[in-house]
Ligand binder design. Structure first.
Ligand code: HEC
Length: 134
């Protein structure tokens, strides 16, 4: 009799521990990701403004000395060598990482190099993507 009483106590403790662990996992761990995230591209826009891109690409990135970013992502871009390229993420990334790699046709001004990190360029590419259908 004493022996089985003891067994029930151990079992009950085990259940309590498991239930506590489940409650902590379900409630304590939920930081609801996304709830504090800003809209797509917001970080990229800030980085682009701080890096001075707007001085050439326009205050609302509609274009100026350099080509506009509105409607750019996914569009066909004619290059100075006569070829045409689709402005996908890879092209946009390269255009920012290495401005001299592929030159858009019809621009006499040379886009300067910048010291942006890959992460910052990714943010700007996401921002340009968010301007695709405005
Ligand atoms: C001095 C002016 C100038 C500045 C500053 C400048 N750009 Fe440019 N950018 C240009 C010009 C001119 C072109 C088009 C010729 C070429 O492809 O190099 C261009 C092209 C681009 C393209 C390709 C656009 C297309 O239509 O295919 C992207 C993307 C771009 N710039 C992003 C940036 C970013 C991001 C910054 C800020 C870090 C920036 N630029 C700063 C002048 C500038």
């Amino acid at each position: 009799m004493r022996c089985s009483d003891h067994l029930w106590v151990v079992l009950w403790k085990l259940v309590t521990v498991i239930v506590t662990a489940l409650v902590v996992a379900a409630c304590g761990g939920s930081d609801s990701p996304g709830s504090t995230a800003s809209p797509v591209g917001a970080a990229g826009e800030q980085i682009a403004r701080q890096a001075g891109c707007a001085s050439c690409h326009g205050g609302s990135f509609q274009g100026g000395v350099g080509p506009g970013w509105v409607g750019l992502a996914g569009s066909d871009v004619e290059l100075s060598d006569g070829t045409t390229v689709v402005a996908d993420g890879e092209y946009l990334f390269e255009s920012i990482r290495d401005p001299a790699a592929r030159i858009v046709a019809g621009f006499s001004v040379q886009m300067p190099r910048n010291a942006l990190t890959d992460e910052e360029i990714d943010e700007i590419v996401a921002f340009i993507g968010s301007l695709a259908d405005e």
